[in-house]
Design a protein around this ligand. Structure first.
Ligand SMILES: Cc1ncc(COP(=O)(O)O)c(C=O)c1O
Length: 480
């Protein structure tokens, strides 16, 4: 069948171009391949040479093809693949007591200040959440359950919500039931409770490097030491090093994020996750898995967490609805395996219960099927926004800058040339009303001095483009 035989509203040249772009995406046409000449394409498709030219110009404008003088049109290496990714720092450290980081409060204020362009913020723009639908459900729940606020929904939490989460676990390749889930006040609460359930003050916890700063702060507040395991920016925590560390330092728990890592953005393959579950299972070390962004992988089916490969009930899977539905609802959960009862007890002791009303609303949102629909839209929007920010960074930042290529979520990890201090850049940026996060807060060892993390969950506009251009200029200025 000719490419053009389908009768649709899309102009003919766009139909031809889109069909060729699919061949590039599928790998049938590879970077460097020469595509048919204009005359050949017009004959193949039975269209005029002008229409063929329009199709090639459409593809050229979108970066699929390049015209080479006197030679024809060729498939380009995708722009995204030309940007170098951050490097692996293999240096080893020892278990350390994490100091309280005074900068965090300041960073938090800067990120939340509405006057600042929020690249340092921890969550997506308000318009990316399903606010209207949640509000409607909230009104419905209040009408149905007028006494919702006149009681505690004690741990493990509202049953209808736990049933809905357990249902979703099948899609993740896991097999936990509603009775194995404890509802928490967000993912950080889930991580904190899990740490307390498996380790005590003075114990050593293995973490990725870089790792989400909230985990370092949790360890600090619980007087646990952290051991940062070298982590490959595309391949995850070095498992050989983890095994050595477990034996040498009597590691009591391991905190990992294998899906849509914050800040690195990778999704690790099943083989890695199986290997991690086998290694920690063999050594009897519990794994606290932060899967907060796991539903936000840009492509393919929902990636499995490590929990899917756990045969011993040692992987405590933590997540929340903060990044997808509502950060303000403060609803998270943990499927805590053999530690379930202990986590339940700790939840009761530390904060009695999670909020009742928002548990009911999230349960109903999940039951209505709204979650899956919303997720589909949000994933493609975020993938596009991450790419906008990457491309702007590639344009404005100094030569030698390396940028992560996330497989999901909305964080970018940027390694600038070593001469650029992320902390200085942060301070200079703040004077221009732009917030960013310096890399040093993602480690307890003072590493990542020339790295920054950027939130791409912003609805892209000229304002954001200008802010990144300003950051690029500041990079040049601050080291001069
Ligand atoms: C990796 C990671 N884990 C945990 C949290 C905390 O999530 P919650 O708001 O659900 O407590 C965050 C929030 O930014 C995060 O990025």
């Amino acid at each position: 069948m000719s490419l053009t035989s389908r009768l649709v509203d899309t102009p003919l040249y766009v139909q031809i171009a889109q069909s060729l772009s699919r061949q590039v995406a599928d790998g049938a046409l590879r970077p460097g391949d020469r595509v048919p000449s204009l005359r050949q394409l017009s004959q193949q498709q039975r269209v005029s040479v002008t229409t063929a030219l329009q199709a090639y110009m459409w593809l050229e404008n979108r970066g699929y093809l390049e015209a080479r003088p006197q030679s024809g049109f060729y498939v380009r290496t995708p722009f995204a693949n030309l940007i170098a990714e951050p490097q692996f720092d293999a240096s080893k450290t020892r278990p350390i007591a994490v100091g309280r980081n005074p900068v965090l409060i300041e960073l938090n204020e800067a990120s939340n200040d509405a006057r600042n362009v929020p690249f340092g913020h921890g969550c997506a723009s308000a318009e990316l959440f399903p606010n209207r639908k949640l509000n409607l459900i909230l009104q419905h729940v209040v009408r149905q359950t007028p006494l919702h606020s006149a009681r505690y929904d004690l741990p493990p939490g509202v049953e209808s919500l736990r049933r809905q989460i357990a249902r979703r676990s099948l899609e993740m390749g896991c097999e936990f039931s509603a009775s194995e889930i404890v509802v928490t006040s967000g993912a950080l609460d889930a991580i904190n409770l899990s740490l307390r359930a498996v380790a005590k003050p003075g114990d050593v916890i293995a973490v990725e490097s870089p790792t989400y700063f909230g985990i370092l702060e949790s360890a600090a507040s619980l007087d646990m030491k952290v051991l940062e395991i070298p982590t490959h920016p595309q391949g995850g925590m070095d498992l050989d090093e983890l095994e050595r560390a477990i034996r040498k330092h009597r590691v009591k728990a391991c905190v990992v994020m294998t899906n849509c890592h914050n800040p690195l953005g990778y999704v690790l393959p099943d083989q890695y996750k199986r290997g991690l579950a086998e290694l920690t299972g063999r050594c009897g070390v519990p794994v606290i898995e932060d899967d907060l962004y796991g539903d936000l992988a840009f492509e393919g089916p929902r990636p499995h967490p490590v929990n899917a490969f756990d045969r011993r009930g040692l992987v405590l899977l933590c997540s929340s609805f903060s990044k997808i539905l509502s950060p303000g609802y403060r609803i998270g959960w943990v499927a805590a395996g053999r530690f379930c009862k202990e986590v339940e007890r700790l939840k009761l002791l530390t904060s009695v219960a999670a909020p009742s009303l928002t548990q009911l609303v999230v349960a109903e949102f999940l039951e209505s099927g709204g979650y899956t629909r919303h997720l589909k839209r949000q994933r493609s929007t975020l993938a596009e926004q991450v790419e906008f920010v990457r491309q702007a960074l590639a344009k404005y930042f100094p030569q030698g800058t390396r940028i992560s290529r996330p497989a999901g979520g909305y964080m970018l990890w940027v390694e600038m040339p070593p001469r650029i201090s992320a902390m200085k850049l942060y301070r200079a940026a703040l004077k221009e009303h732009i917030s960013i996060l310096p890399g040093t807060i993602f480690s307890a060892t003072g590493r990542f001095k020339n790295h920054i993390r950027l939130n791409c969950g912003v609805t892209w506009s000229d304002l954001h483009d200008r802010a990144l251009s300003t950051l690029g200029h500041l990079c040049e200025r601050i080291h001069a």
